[in-house]
Design a protein around this ligand. Sequence first.
Ligand SMILES: Nc1nc2c([nH]c(=O)n2[C@@H]2O[C@H](COP(=O)(O)OP(=O)(O)OP(=O)(O)O)[C@@H](O)[C@H]2O)c(=O)[nH]1
Length: 319
Amino acid sequence: MMTRESFGIVDVAAAVIMQPDGRFLLTCRPEGKPYAGYWEFPGGKIEPGESPLHALDRELQEELGIQILHAEPWITRNFTYSHATVCLHFFRVIRWQGMPQAREHQQLAWQRPDQVTVSPMLPANAPVLRALILPPVYAITRATELGVPAALQQIELALQHGVRLIQIREKTMEKDVLQAFAEKIISLAHGTGAYVLRNSDTILPDTCGTDGIHLTAPQLMALSSRPTSGDNWCGASCHNSEELYQASLIGVDFVVLGPVLQTSSHADATPMGWRKFADLIRDYPLPVYALGGMEPDDQAIARELGAHGVAMIRGTSRL
Ligand SMILES: Nc1nc2c([nH]c(=O)n2[C@@H]2O[C@H](COP(=O)(O)OP(=O)(O)OP(=O)(O)O)[C@@H](O)[C@H]2O)c(=O)[nH]1
């Protein structure tokens, strides 16, 4: 029988073991393994007949002496090394039993997503570390509907509640009003370390001081490469498998997928529901925010199904 291994694909389970303060654990590959001395997420190869989660539990017991109590599927990334193509199934491990110990004499380091101090990292892991910087909630503005003062107040409150990613999505706002609104949002957000993206359908220029762009689905489908470079963020809106595929092809940083539930901002759109959402993002390489009728409490179910977090328009006021 032809297996994935006979095609040179090695399935691997890897853990982002996360403390409540956001720090996660990296380990250094011990002598005797390929890429010895490189840092990686704890984990290892999935044995025949094992599920990714069972393999991860076994690996974490062998390598660190801990047992998984709660883990969420996250992203799945392929990477081709000279010896093999690895398919890395990442999980966020939120609760575990025991204290991680270096059972294989490897070095361990707790790291912050925006401040990784160990190197070199395994080559496959750069986009994974970048994905970890993304916060769990993505807030989307609706100043055209609320009025600028109320929208600013809502964003200020959201920032106080810990929101660290905001999209300015005012598609019909007059230019001067929009620019003044964007300046205020950027100044409020940057004061707390939050990122601000501009929707690609607004008339804000590249130079307006935002930290990147959020592509609408039609704009995503019209592109042949990612439109931002360097540290600038690039997100995209997706509604189906074709758009998800295109987003992974041009290598955006994250996607928003929906509508998951009924929402008054897109009342005519048919919601896909959680089951279809989960099917669409299974084994997907990029972080996904669930969008459409999301409330703060929906973070738990979204993450359980493999989402990175939730994106909210109205729900932001209930954080
Ligand atoms: N554990 C882990 N492996 C990774 C990461 N990133 C990455 O490219 N890999 C690759 O995935 C593969 C994992 O294989 P491994 O050698 O660690 O597996 P293992 O613990 O089962 O070891 P073994 O082969 O000695 O039994 C390696 O090719 C490694 O380079 C990561 O972050 N964590």
